[in-house]
Design a binder for this molecule. Sequence first.
Ligand code: MN
Length: 253
Amino acid sequence: MKVLITNDDGIFSEGLEILVKKLQRHFDVSVVVPDGERSGAGHAITLLNPLRVRRVRHSPFDGIDAWMIDGTPMDCVILAVDELVKDISVVISGINNGFNLGDDIFHSGTVSAAMEGTLLGFPSIAISTAPDGKENFELAADIAYAAVLYVVENGLPDMTFLNINVPKGSKGVRLTKQGRRRYIGKVHKYKDPRGLDCYWIGGKIEDEGESGTDVDAVKNGFVSITPVRLDVTDYTLLGRMESLRDSIEKRYR
Ligand code: MN
């Protein structure tokens, strides 16, 4: 059974190395990842430049099919599926160095790669751990293995993937919904050496996690497993927007 492993931290990521070592004991794995870190790349696709693909043979990828690409995580999934890897059963993205909770889902390259796997019809998993959570990668890899087994045996609904976060010293597992995570003071303004303004997006995290959310689970030391749907239609509002439709339709009369 073929497992496609990708990430947004790039080929030199320790989380990737530990995930590959764990999963290759149990599955036929192929690796297609960016040639450097692309955290925050979200769902971006490279359209205006050609992509270069290089085969990777050094440890820990010796003996398995591994490639690095000078593009985004999305480019990696697309090239893997269309060109490089045959007979994929599951797509897994990670292990990311840093959580992907709440709003992070919309920026994260790690999560977006799992989203793309889902859009292309494969059961997909994103897995992330605490920033600099090196001692945590082994546990996250064990959890990744269990999650792959689960999706192989049970499948996932169409247009749904699993987003998993593994805090340090975790006490157990919670099945969660998406919370809110905001970044306060996002834009930092600096002067460059020539005295010109430059900006750096970062900011302090402010989590809003009511009970039952991924944010709350991780804050309290539990692994969070969130099934995320890609149909983000608001069906309640959809049924209540006739007045908007009618006001615009007047223009057609
Ligand atoms: Mn990352």
